[in-house]
Design a protein around this ligand. Sequence first.
Ligand SMILES: Nc1ncnc2c1ncn2[C@@H]1O[C@H](COP(=O)(O)OP(=O)(O)OP(=O)(O)O)[C@@H](O)[C@H]1O
Ligand SMILES: [Mg+2]
Length: 154
Amino acid sequence: MIHNFSLDSAAQTADLAGRIGPHLQAGDVVLLSGGIGAGKTHFARSLIQALQTPLGLVEDIPSPTFTLVQTYPLGNVEIWHADLYRIGSVDEIFELGLVDAFENNISLVEWPDRLGSDTPSRHLALEFRQGKSENCRNLKITAKGDGWEWLKNV
Ligand SMILES: Nc1ncnc2c1ncn2[C@@H]1O[C@H](COP(=O)(O)OP(=O)(O)OP(=O)(O)O)[C@@H](O)[C@H]1O
Ligand SMILES: [Mg+2]
């Protein structure tokens, strides 16, 4: 199933992330694609904040550009926010523990093309593209596998 969104500002992207976040469950994997500056980190940061704030958890949410993975507690699951842009090899992805983490956590992965055959078959694929003006983005969400029916109501 494919859903398209037109996001006219960074605030609209944050708002959508905040509506999607509460639907995510342990084992859900969100793949964030799009060029540099497309809005992948902004979306992930907004989603993490929207889930942590009601629990009284206030954290800085840096881009995982250099650390590759940042993890955030959320009740009895963790959110794993990964950026695979600088990944050297598929082995490195495995060493990060990311592939195991997919099963039990909520995973948000930037530059997911690096996963290759480790891409989980059930996932949400978000593709950000520059829109008609500076702060506009077109977002295409493709749902693969079962359990994403809620998406049509966000
Ligand atoms: N509609 C929008 N949606 C998302 N971000 C927007 C939008 N309009 C402007 N921006 C700005 O664009 C920038 C997106 O940067 P961000 O770090 O999220 O990109 P990225 O896709 O993660 O890039 P990278 O590949 O370098 O990690 C932010 O400064 C954000 O405020
Ligand atoms: Mg980023």
